[in-house]
Design a binder for this molecule. Structure first.
Ligand code: DGJ
Length: 740
């Protein structure tokens, strides 16, 4: 619901539903948008003038005619550096005179039922249960206009924001910065959370004190990156997983980004997120406009779990273009860790046969199937089969997989090119880099210039031919190289600052074209593991490979971190071989299963090297995984114990009808003579009774207040003293609860 107050003092806007309120006004003197409140829902009233704060402050940068209105001391919706505000602005435009002085004044508003599309960019979508407020501002010094968008959804404590810069004149401007939003909080009583990491160590949860000055997360690499997720949150000091306030900010974008929290001398906290200005500038020609990516802001007063549950449900229903419900998504086996580049048609076929026998639905042929690819030093950009490996053709192989009753999937890395392919020889100018300067390689490959629409079209045609000639149900879309030495031979001198953003727009365009061409194609994106795990990619691909680290224990942290924002149904997770290929750790099949289950769930190992007994275990685990798929995909997820804090991790998921729940418990290192341990559950119905794994009779309040005993209980079983269970290292256990 969007209220507009035209009271005697000022014009006010109040976006509000049962959970959240967002209030701002138009300052009547200087006509800028002044922020008043964002947080838990408050009752609407016809006048919020009393929320405006002004203090007499020593200041030598006052607006003419006023003793109070220095922009430095006003909480704003769209701050500009270069005025009387010395903090980070959210927009910077260079004028023909070379200055960057803007002053955007309120002009009008419009309320739109539902949510408009954001052309060319991934975005959340909605039916009639949302409203969008469009605010039009005009620059005092030019004819430039700003359209600010705020969308509120009835059923979620979620508000999304984005903005459009419109140039109705013939004059040419340069945009140096255009963040998706800026938001000023009146006090600094916060800590901030973010997900940081590295290759094979993605999404490590960090929580720090907010301090005076600027704290930043960012990517300058052309992808959202392994280093930081385009997500951050503000939490109160007392906020836990289950209680307290949280504000989450998540950007629907896959390129270089910046997220900043700036605390000024008056304890005002400015939060901003958007396209990375260091790698961006944009020539705004006459009669053109520029639109920023959308940011999804989520408020919760039910702790971090409360925020995550909002994000999970919202993203599944309003962002991810689902090909099919998670419960029907295939359980896959991926050939990468099974054989890397060393395979032929026969060895793969045997792997597929074994996979079918244990109950796997989809066979994914990873890297190494095309041109003359037998290692990572060539062939990218030539998306036709490797004749030596597939003498009967790839179609023949895909058909044979289909005849087994399985689906067929394939790996591609469409944004990259190697030197040894015809496309490179024909178009050496199609790679990113300056022709007379060093162009670094990464994994022996170069980045195709997706800022050039001809390049996108050429790769689309190659992929379309592939889809036409081979029956493909699934694509793993990989990207293994950041952008360095950014230069596009397609773009003019003035537009070189556009390379990074145009590149990612080209990637989105190709994804859009492929999905338009084959609507039912399931795409799993990947970027050397989780370097592009972001909402931009999720719009097109309902699952993303979370990390090249497949070790069950390391995965606890990665999956726990990702679950802060992303639903379990999106987190690519596989059972792999032991010793694990990344860390050399040996864990049981049970533990590997119990971790991968809380994600997309699949396999990535050579089944032919397993014992008959292990394969029987896997068959059983797959049957169980299929039974639990609906619960995991649609249920409400709770994190119970953090791997970042304890020797144990625990999480649970409760079905939407609250009739069943699945709990995953994991112990890292075993302890001799352990203390008594109980796991207290959450979210159950207090006075209902549940069985655990088909046994017993436990009330919801018992399970939530007393908890499940995690040690073995040997009451009446003294005779088992010498053969008692010792849980050991890397132990895991699932508990399945059913309401009686
Ligand atoms: C990086 C991916 O993350 C891996 O899963 C695998 O597909 C390799 N690339 C193949 O080159």
């Amino acid at each position: 619901m969007i209220y507009v107050n035209h009271n005697s003092k000022q014009l006010e806007f109040h976006l509000c539903n049962q959970q959240v309120s967002y209030i701002f006004c138009v300052d009547s003197q200087i006509k800028i948008l002044e922020h008043l409140y964002y947080g838990k829902k408050i009752t609407h009233q016809a006048d919020f003038y009393h929320l405006v704060e002004r203090e007499i402050r020593p200041s030598n940068n006052l607006n003419f005619g006023s003793q109070l209105t220095s922009l430095e001391h006003i909480k704003q919706e769209i701050p500009v550096y270069g005025t009387t505000d010395f903090r980070n602005g959210s927009i910077e435009i260079i004028y023909p005179d070379g200055d960057a002085i803007s002053h955007f004044e309120y002009v009008s508003y419009r309320i739109i039922k539902g949510k408009p599309r954001i052309d060319g960019l991934p975005h959340s979508f909605s039916n009639s249960k949302s409203e969008t407020l469009e605010i039009k501002l005009k620059d005092k010094y030019s004819s430039l206009e700003l359209l600010l968008y705020y969308c509120i959804f009835d059923e979620y404590s979620i508000i999304t924001r984005w903005m459009k810069i419109v140039n109705p004149s013939n004059t040419i401007y340069k945009i140096e910065k255009a963040l998706s939003f800026s938001l000023d909080f009146p006090e600094r009583d916060f800590e901030w959370i973010h997900l940081s990491g590295a290759w094979a160590r993605e999404a490590q949860l960090e929580r720090d004190q907010v301090v005076t000055g600027v704290q930043t997360i960012e990517s300058t690499r052309g992808a959202s990156s392994h280093l930081h997720q385009p997500f951050m949150g503000l939490v109160r000091r007392e906020t836990t997983e289950h209680s307290g306030e949280v504000y989450g900010f998540s950007l629907v974008y896959s390129g270089s980004f910046i997220g900043q929290i700036e605390v000024d001398s008056y304890d005002v906290v400015r939060v901003q997120l958007g396209i990375q200005p260091k790698t961006f500038s944009w020539v705004l020609n006459g009669h053109e406009s520029f639109t920023t990516p959308e940011v999804i802001m989520c408020y919760s007063d039910n702790g971090l779990n409360g925020m995550s549950q909002q994000y999970h449900d919202f993203l599944c229903k309003h962002l991810i273009r689902q090909v099919q419900p998670f419960s029907q998504r295939p359980i896959l086996i991926n050939s990468w860790e099974a054989s890397y580049f060393n395979f032929d048609e026969q060895s793969l076929y045997s792997l597929a046969q074994q996979s079918k026998e244990v109950g796997i639905d989809l066979f994914v042929l990873d890297d190494g199937w095309f041109a003359s690819r037998n290692s990572d030093n060539g062939s990218l950009g030539c998306w036709c089969e490797n004749k030596a490996k597939f003498p009967n053709g790839l179609k023949h192989f895909a058909d044979s997989i289909h005849h087994l009753g399985m689906k067929f999937g394939i790996w591609i890395e469409p944004e990259m090119i190697s030197r040894d392919v015809p496309l490179f020889r024909q178009h050496p100018d199609w790679i990113i880099g300056h022709p007379c300067k060093n162009i670094s390689h990464g994994r022996n490959q170069y980045v195709l210039d997706f800022a050039n629409p001809d390049v996108v079209e050429e790769i689309f045609i190659q992929l379309k031919n592939l889809l036409d000639s081979v029956p493909i149900d699934y694509i793993k879309w990989d990207m293994n190289r950041y952008i360095s030495e950014a230069y596009s031979q397609y773009l003019s001198r003035e537009s070189q600052g556009e390379v990074f953003h145009r590149y990612i727009l080209g990637v989105y365009n190709l994804l859009e074209k492929i999905l338009d061409y084959q609507e039912d194609l399931l795409i799993e994106t990947c970027a050397g593991g989780g370097a592009r795990f972001d909402l931009g990619m999720l719009y097109y691909s309902p699952q993303i490979w979370a990390s090249d680290n497949t070790d069950a224990i390391e995965r606890l942290k990665i999956q726990y971190g990702l679950s802060l924002v992303y639903p379990l149904s999106t987190i690519g997770s596989h059972v792999s071989a032991v010793p694990n290929h990344q860390v050399g750790r040996i864990t049981s099949l049970q533990t590997r299963n119990d971790v991968a289950l809380f994600g997309t769930f699949g396999y990535e190992l050579n089944l032919m090297q397993l014992s008959r007994q292990d394969k029987q275990i896997i068959s059983k685990q797959i049957i169980e995984a299929k039974e639990r798929r609906k619960l995991i995909g649609e249920g409400r997820f709770y994190r119970l114990k953090s791997p970042f804090e304890f020797n144990e991790t625990a999480w649970m998921v409760i079905s939407p009808d609250e009739k069943e729940a699945l709990i995953g418990y994991y112990q890292i290192l075993g302890k001799a003579n352990p203390p008594y341990k109980r796991l207290k559950l959450v979210g159950l119905i207090e006075n209902e009774f549940y069985t655990i794994d088909g046994k017993g009779h436990y009330s919801g309040d018992e399970l939530m207040n007393i908890g499940i005993l995690l040690n073995g209980n040997y009451i009446d079983r003294e005779q088992e003293f010498w053969n008692r269970e010792v849980q050991g290292d890397f132990y895991s256990k699932l508990f399945y609860l059913k309401k009686l």
